[in-house]
Design a protein around this ligand. Structure first.
Ligand SMILES: Nc1ncnc2c1ncn2[C@@H]1O[C@H](COP(=O)(O)OP(=O)(O)OP(=O)(O)O)[C@@H](O)[C@H]1O
Ligand SMILES: [Mg+2]
Length: 337
C-alpha cells in the first residue's frame, strides 16, 4: 500500500454474542485516500466501519478482539477518550439522521458541544460547511427553518455538513447514498470526490460502479473474512481471487470443493514446495488443495511459487493470529508437475 497509513487494523475479530462476524481482519488504510468496503449483504461491512470509531461498543453483547490503530494509537486501549475519537472519525449513515432543530442548529450542534459560543464564528462555520457539502445555495435564505423540511438528499448533505463541522480527520460513510435518488446520490458522490484530498475516507458501498468512480483502494469482505484488498483498479478490474471475481461478475459465490489438505505449520519454508508438489501429484487437474502455512510472508512467498508453477491460487486468507489458509487449484499444463 502506497503512502502513509492512517488506520491500521490488526487481527480484528468481532463477536455478537457467540457468533463471530469478523474474522482476523488485518489491513492498513492509507491517509487521504478513499477506501471502499464492498461485499454481499451481511458480510460485516457495517461492523468493520463501526469498529473504527467504537460506535460498535454501544451495542449489547459485542466483543472485539485485536487492535485498531488510528495515527498509531490503539483505539481499544482503556485510556482512550471515546468522545474525542468519535469527533475525529465522523460517521455518515445510510439514512440521514437529522436533529429535530433548524438547519443552522444542526450544523453548529457539534461545535456548540465543544464549547464554541461566538456567533460570528458559528455563522462562519455554517456557511463554510454548507458550502463544502454543496447545500449552501439551496438553503442560505432559510437557515432557521426546520431541517426536517429538507428533501432526503438535502438532509444527507446537511448531515455531512454537521459531521464536517466538528473537523474530523476521517470520514466513515455507511452506504450514504443508497437511500437517495440518482441526482442527490451524485451530489453526495461529488462531495466525496472533493473531500478525499483532505480527509481519509472509508466508504461502504453495495454499488460497484460507485466504487469504480470514487475509490482509490477496495476491500472485499465475504462472510466476515477479508478476501481481497488492493488498488481499486486491481480489485475491480483484475481480481486476484475466485470469490472476488465471482462477486465482481455478479455471480453466485461458492465455496470451492476441497480434495486434499496439507498442514505446513512447523515445516521449514524452503520445504513447502516439495511437500506441496508431492500432494499435488495425488490430485487431478482442477482439483483443489487446501494448505495451511504460518506467517503472512510465507503465505505470499508460497502463493508466488504456486502461480509461477502455473497453478491457480483461489484464495489466501488469515485464519488466526499467525496462520494462513490457501486454496490451490491444480493445473496440469505445468512444467514441474
Ligand atoms: N447487533 C447485532 N446482533 C447480532 N448480530 C448482528 C448485529 N449486528 C449485525 N449482526 C450480524 O453480523 C453480520 C454482519 O452484519 P453487518 O451489518 O456488519 O453486515 P453488512 O455487510 O453491513 O450487511 P448489509 O450490506 O446488509 O448492510 C450479519 O450476519 C448480521 O446479522
Ligand atoms: Mg451494512
Amino acid at each position: 500500500m502506497e503512502g502513509k497509513t492512517h488506520i491500521s487494523v490488526r487481527d480484528l475479530s468481532v463477536f455478537y454474542g457467540g457468533a463471530r462476524v469478523l474474522n482476523n481482519i488485518s489491513i492498513n488504510i492509507p491517509d487521504k485516500k478513499l477506501t471502499a468496503i464492498i461485499g454481499p449483504s451481511g458480510c460485516g461491512k457495517t461492523t468493520l466501519l463501526k469498529s473504527f470509531n467504537r460506535i460498535i461498543d454501544l451495542q449489547d453483547g459485542v466483543r472485539v478482539s485485536g487492535q485498531v490503530l488510528v495515527d498509531g494509537e490503539d483505539i481499544y486501549d482503556p485510556k482512550v477518550e471515546v468522545t474525542h475519537l468519535r469527533k475525529k472519525m465522523g460517521l455518515l449513515l445510510q439514512r440521514p439522521q437529522i436533529l429535530p432543530m433548524s438547519i443552522y442548529e444542526n450544523v453548529v450542534y457539534g461545535p456548540r458541544i465543544h464549547g464554541v459560543k461566538d456567533k460570528k464564528k458559528l455563522d462562519g462555520t455554517v456557511q463554510c460547511y454548507l458550502k463544502v457539502s454543496g447545500l449552501w445555495n439551496e438553503v442560505k435564505d432559510r437557515l432557521h427553518s426546520p431541517a426536517s423540511r429538507l428533501s432526503i438528499g438535502q438532509q444527507q448533505r446537511l448531515c455531512l455538513a454537521r459531521g464536517l463541522a466538528v473537523e474530523p480527520e476521517v470520514i466513515l460513510g455507511d452506504e450514504p447514498t443508497s437511500a437517495l435518488d440518482p441526482i442527490s446520490a451524485e451530489r453526495i458522490e461529488q462531495r466525496f470526490l472533493e473531500l478525499k484530498s483532505q480527509y481519509t475516507v472509508v466508504l461502504v458501498t453495495h454499488n460497484l460502479r460507485q466504487a469504480k468512480r470514487l475509490a482509490d483502494y477496495v476491500i472485499f469482505l465475504y462472510l466476515g473474512d477479508l478476501i481481497e484488498h488492493g488498488t481499486a483498479d486491481q480489485v475491480l478490474k483484475n481480481p486476484r481471487y475466485l470469490k472476488t471475481e465471482s462477486y465482481i461478475n455478479g455471480e453466485f459465490i461458492e465455496e470451492p470443493e476441497i480434495h486434499r489438505e496439507l498442514n505446513l505449520k512447523g515445516t521449514a519454508c524452503s520445504d513447502y514446495f516439495e511437500r506441496a508438489k508431492h500432494t499435488l501429484e495425488k490430485i487431478a487437474h482442477s482439483q483443489v488443495l487446501k494448505v495451511v502455512v504460518e506467517h503472512e510472508q510465507n503465505a505470499h512467498e508460497f502463493e508466488k511459487t504456486m502461480i509461477h508453477k502455473g497453478h491457480r491460487v483461489l484464495e489466501v486468507k488469515r485464519i488466526n493470529k499467525t496462520d494462513w489458509e490457501m486454496l490451490i487449484q491444480k493445473q496440469n499444463n505445468v512444467y514441474t508437475i
